[in-house]
Design a protein around this ligand. Sequence first.
Ligand code: FE2
Ligand code: FE2
Length: 405
Amino acid sequence: MKIGILGGTFNPMHIGHMEMAIQAKKHLSLDEVWIMPCGTPPHKEGDVVLSRIHRFKICELFCEGEEGIVVSYEEYDRLTPNYSYQTLAYLRENHPHDEFVFLIGQDSLLYFDSWRSPQKIVEYATIGVFMRNSHKGGTTDYNQKICLEKIASLKEMIGGDYILIPYEPTDISSTQIRAYIADHPDPEAVREYILKYTKKKACDYIMSHDLYKTPVKYDYNTIEKELKKQLKPSRYTHTLGVCYTACALAMRWGVSVDKCRIAGLLHDCAKYMSKEELFDYASAHDITLSEAEKKAPQLIHAKVGAFMAKDTYGITDEDVLHAISVHTTGCPDMNLYDEIIFVSDYIEPNREPVPHLEEIRNMAFSDLEMAVRMILKNTIFYLKETNAYIDPTTQETLDYYEKEQ
Ligand SMILES: [Fe+2]
Ligand SMILES: [Fe+2]
């Protein structure tokens, strides 16, 4: 097979990378182009480089449905930055019957001789150079002239085969995408921007994992002090337990530890109020209560708590607020934050022992949805046993999770 190698950090991959891959494949009649993200990129000051898990996943989503353009995991496990000649030596050894074209940009060509062991690179692969058709840097003729001059001098110095690939550069870079996300708090504006330069699935992935966002710094100390003042000591101890458990589950399930920490801390922030106070607060702030909540006022602290988290503690993150508002009953199709807070509330270390608690604690770290289902089953069983009122949402949530399983 004739294979093009397009390496890079891909932080994140964007439409410009894809267009280069497609153009190289077409122009050089390649069987495949391998998008090859590096496992560990060379460190650059000030750069936010996503973990390899996210970078590779975004590339995967980007390449879905693109014939002959595939993500290569050759570099995935590498824990230190790798030089190109090392990568190519490895490819040469492991794919002795394939022919490789190492794809580089025009700018890279101009200082190619300063790369580590360029003579080895040209020994292992043909060099495919993306030559700009037009650019602020000059016309096609100008670009061709400087590329050809450089190639002539490289041939003299280190030998090798070089092919020019004319292409129209896309005016986008990963740096621009990262900067836009970090600078714009409005998720809709960010989505609209990213969609211009990625594919929908990759965009959804970036958005749902909050990638490249400047993390909001919560003032945990002040919030903890305030909660300690408001809540009964046992409730405060429970709150800290939920907070720590939620952090551990966030680490396990790869979501924002900060969001889980703040949601865990504030999930019971309205729990100091009496039933009357909860009703009063709800009506004073136009919080609509369901029939079920009117019948079982102990449930209201979830909705009121979410409102207070925003109003009193200044939390605006929708995931956090939603997780707080559904933490008592759950709801069908919860997201990971909802599930983590719901489960943490039940399994935190200070919980009085209930049947199957150890099993559920274990399950939370291997199958979160199963843990949700076990908790709902337990809760409904307990409510039935004690002839207590069962909120229809709890039952609906269980029905949903049973079907899902
Ligand atoms: Fe609660
Ligand atoms: Fe709680």
